[in-house]
Design a protein around this ligand. Structure first.
Ligand SMILES: N[C@@H](CCC(=O)N[C@@H](CS)C(=O)NCC(=O)O)C(=O)O
Length: 301
């Protein structure tokens, strides 16, 4: 519930607070809590940290509050967790143009976690790399003592282990989240990856030939069918894939959506669907995503 800002008992964190967020009286956030400045929230959490949230929707208010509340409940433990996260050494084995590697970079940036990118030469896989990625594929990830391969397992691990850092990307329970994580893996990714490969990758391989228009048309039709389902889902009142909050399901799509945006034939398929296009514009405007993309040596379409 949004109420006009009344002033008393509320600390101005930055600029002017226009609204205050009212939560269950038994679980108030404390003196300063949440305020909005334009479309930016600042939330003063009970652990002393001030967090910022984007876009002034009521859903985001709820989310900002629950993040603060869970921080507060965790108390000292949460602060120790943040300190431990900051000290953990992380290595992302991959390379910048692998969309499965970008998936992980995007998530680490959302969580504000430092990592070192270890560039892998896929033509000369070292024993060290094969020891942590037995199928010889990137990405692989070392997170302190945790070693993982398979990008979706890595992304789930990061989102869960660091649930309370940055945005909570795995709110539970969430039937939509579970569903759309699987839709990405089994419908969206295979269709889009095949199309992008045919147009952008195959012609650039040694001895590569220009894309076959008939093959491209067939692959584009498969992407069309998949995106029709997304358009209907988003048009049915879902701002994000899991509903009204940005989650891991959205993050997992971003690297492939970026590849589509750099591939005119694929970008047209997104642009033709207003809700899919609006969703992409929304999630790609996130600061963490901009940081991710700025680090990529992207080739022109
Ligand atoms: N299911 C794997 C697929 C990983 C994958 O296909 N990686 C590609 C690069 S994006 C790769 O390592 N290719 C080299 C190879 O298979 O030897 C994941 O999601 O991590």
């Amino acid at each position: 519930m949004l109420q006009p800002f009344s002033g008393s008992g509320w600390e101005l964190i930055k600029g002017t607070c226009f609204w205050k967020y009212s939560v269950d009286p038994s679980s108030t956030l404390g003196g300063s809590d949440v305020c909005i400045v334009g479309t930016t929230y600042s939330a003063s959490c009970a652990d002393g940290a001030v967090r910022f949230f984007d876009l002034a929707t009521e859903a985001n208010h709820r989310r900002a509050s629950s993040i603060c509340l869970s921080k507060r409940r965790a108390g000292e433990g949460a602060m120790a967790e943040e300190a431990a996260a900051a000290e953990t050494s992380r290595k992302l084995y991959g390379y910048a143009l692998s969309s499965n590697s970008v998936r992980i970079a995007a998530l680490l940036n959302e969580k504000g976690l430092h990592y070192d990118l270890v560039a892998v030469d896929l033509d000369n896989k070292t024993p060290e790399f094969l020891a942590i990625s037995p199928f010889g594929q990137i990405p692989a990830f070392q997170d302190g003592d945790d070693v993982l391969f398979e990008s979706r397992a890595i992304s789930r691990h990061i989102a869960t282990k660091y649930k309370h850092l940055g945005p909570d990307l795995v709110p539970t329970p969430s039937a939509k989240l579970e569903t759309w994580l699987e839709v990405e893996a089994h419908h969206f990714y295979p269709a889009v990856a095949d199309l992008v490969y045919e147009i952008r990758v195959r012609p650039r391989l040694p001895g590569g030939v220009p894309p076959d228009p008939a093959v491209v048309d067939g692959l584009a039709r498969k992407v069309d069918d998949v995106l029709d389902v997304y358009e209907a889902h988003l048009a049915a009142g879902n701002r994000y894939l899991a509903g009204d909050v940005f989650t891991l399901a959205d993050v997992n799509h971003m690297a492939q959506l970026l590849a589509m945006s750099k591939t005119p034939r694929a970008a047209e398929l997104v642009a033709a669907r207003p809700h899919v296009q609006a969703w992409w514009e929304d999630i790609s405007a996130r600061p963490a995503w901009k940081t991710t993309v700025a680090a990529l040596p992207l080739s022109p379409p």
